[in-house]
Design a protein around this ligand. Structure first.
Ligand code: MBD
Ligand code: FE
Length: 287
């Protein structure tokens, strides 16, 4: 595999620190006003589940201290965003979107950055010269659940490179590499040129990696494209698209694969890379 970045190797602490800063910058505004009754209910139930587990399995002081040490290291490594998005977010997403009739979504994960460069309705995602990976041309259309064309829709795309690394979270990659914002044309259609991402392995040198090793789990997510699809008067769709035959589609560490999100790419007519069609259907904001 071509190593495109020279300089330091990616570390859990680097990507964790960046993900933590990203979260503070983008999302902290929305967390202040949880009502006291909700905090009381949820905190009591979660702690009750912990207490039940301790009693049922007769958790020892050694185990309690191992947990304490590990929780401290999650913070020190900046891995709270990674930990929560890998092992908790999928259920929050399930509950938040269960009313929808349009496209299935899935988790956002820790590596979204708002404001990626605009590339029109037919264009290439920002990429390096000789960006490694199979070229992929993706065409699609955005409609509402009633079938009407959403000609003001936007598709934000971000994904890992052919080494499984994300720009802005691993060192030595151009800032907006493989991150772009696309509009649609008058027919609600877009055409995006990118490359296939590699499967993603969550960092093994941080706290989440320690948990995975200690529990005998694996650290893999299947290869995936992240998207946010928006249109006026419609609910924001956050999703990921997957590739058929990936061995981790059935045991994603982040439990974020749904059958409706698996693409069906075909070899390109010119013999160079692949083409794929995938459309989106957005739900109107409830009245
Ligand atoms: C990812 O790339 C990702 O999408 C998720 C959900 C968690 C960790 C890394
Ligand atoms: Fe991802």
């Amino acid at each position: 595999m071509t190593a495109l970045h020279d300089g330091p190797a990616p570390t859990a602490a680097d990507s964790g620190a960046n993900a933590t800063e990203r979260f503070k910058a983008d999302k902290l505004g929305g967390v202040a006003n949880t009502p006291k009754e909700r905090v009381d209910l949820l905190a009591r139930e979660v702690l009750g589940a912990v207490h039940d587990t301790i009693r049922r399995h007769k958790v020892t002081y050694e185990e309690y201290n191992a947990l304490k040490a590990w929780l401290i290291s999650v913070g020190e490594d900046g891995e709270w965003p990674l930990f929560l998005d890998v092992w908790v977010e999928h259920v929050v997403e399930e509950v938040a979107t269960e009313h929808r009739e349009g496209n299935k979504g899935t988790i956002e994960g820790p590596y979204y950055v708002p404001g990626a460069p605009e590339r029109g309705s037919h264009g290439s995602v920002p990429m390096r010269e000789n960006e490694p990976g199979t070229p992929l041309v993706w065409t699609g259309r955005v409609t509402s659940t009633d079938g009407s064309v959403l000609d003001q829709a936007k598709v934000e795309l971000w994904h890992a490179d052919d080494e499984g690394l994300y720009s802005q979270f691993a060192p030595g990659i151009p800032e907006w590499n493989l991150r772009g914002t696309f509009s649609v044309d008058a027919g609600g259609e877009f055409e995006i040129r990118t490359v296939r991402p590699a499967p993603y392995r969550i960092p093994t040198d941080g706290a989440c990696g320690k948990l995975i090793a200690a529990a005998g789990w694996h650290a893999w997510r299947p290869a995936h494209l992240h998207v946010k699809v928006s249109a006026p008067g419609h609910e924001l769709l956050t999703a990921q698209l997957y590739f058929p035959g990936d061995e981790h589609n059935d045991d994603d560490i982040a439990s974020a694969v749904k059958p409706e999100l698996i693409l069906d790419p075909k070899p390109a007519a010119d013999g160079h890379g692949e083409t794929v069609v995938y459309d989106f259907v957005l739900d109107p904001v409830p009245a």
